[in-house]
Design a protein around this ligand. Structure first.
Ligand SMILES: *Cc1c(COP(=O)(O)O)cnc(C)c1O
Length: 240
């Protein structure tokens, strides 16, 4: 015995999803917002296609991947099995310029524009595909070497440049704070991203989306204004 049946996996997944939605709603209401204004991206890196299918059958509609190659296979499988499923795919990981073309073909929203060069490449690829690519700019708010994102001091220039690109629609900002056990420690980073967004607004750049918050800190992120949370572990369990 000890085998996990399909039904068991499904009910754990369902419980996880219900818990996450409950916490999202509660945090949104506590921050004076409509729970429907916070979108959940279910992060499916390392999660196989069968589980993604289960998650989609339980009502999840936006999936996030951090590697173009891994995503390509899953998205192809997904489209083959369900051409008219109303599912969005988001690129949440660092994007290399040489993967821009594939990313533009695969993703509805790219969260990780972090340089002028990458934005230009995405714009060129999108133009060839006759697509207007929705994007977010990733901002680096910590000193960690491992983190990607545009430096704060260069953000306004990048916003200006990207806003002028015809085949890109800039919808907002994204950040990944350092990991802290205590989610309250992430709060200043989330607040700073919101303030940067508001500042861009005073220069005429309307950036409604704030992609911030992961399993450990998404409630705090919502309290600070997140409109998109990216959650993997709380939904699918620990990654292998
Ligand atoms: C993996 C990942 C997440 C999800 O992390 P969890 O802690 O498992 O919720 C969110 N955002 C990005 C960019 C990721 O790479």
């Amino acid at each position: 015995m000890g085998d996990i049946t399909f039904g068991t996996i499904n009910s754990i997944l369902l419980e996880n999803i219900k818990n996450v939605f409950r916490k999202i709603s509660s945090a949104a209401i506590r921050s004076g917002r409509n729970p429907f204004d916070v979108r959940l991206v279910a992060v499916t890196k390392t999660v196989d296609f069968e589980r993604i299918k289960e998650a989609s059958s339980l009502g999840l509609r936006i999936f996030g991947e951090n590697r173009v190659q891994e995503a390509g296979r899953k998205i192809a499988d997904c489209k083959a099995q369900c051409a008219d499923c109303d599912i969005e795919w988001h690129m949440i990981g660092h994007l290399q310029k040489n993967k821009a073309k594939a990313a533009v073909r695969l993703f509805d929203l790219i969260h990780s524009i972090d340089s002028f060069g990458l934005a230009e490449e995405v714009n060129t690829c999108a133009s060839k595909e006759n697509k207007v690519q929705r994007v977010l700019i990733e901002v680096k708010l910590s000193e960690e070497e491992t983190k990607h994102g545009i430096a704060k001091k260069n953000l306004m220039d990048l916003i200006e440049a990207v806003s002028g690109m015809r085949n890109i629609r800039l919808e907002g900002l994204m950040t990944i704070p350092p990991f802290f056990e205590d989610p309250e420690m992430s709060r200043p980073f989330f607040r700073e991203l919101r303030e940067l967004r508001d500042k861009a607004g005073t220069s005429g750049h309307r950036l409604p989306e704030l992609s911030m918050g992961m399993t450990n800190d998404y409630e705090v992120a919502i309290l600070e204004g997140a409109t998109i949370v990216r959650i993997g572990t709380a939904i699918f369990g620990e990654r292998r």
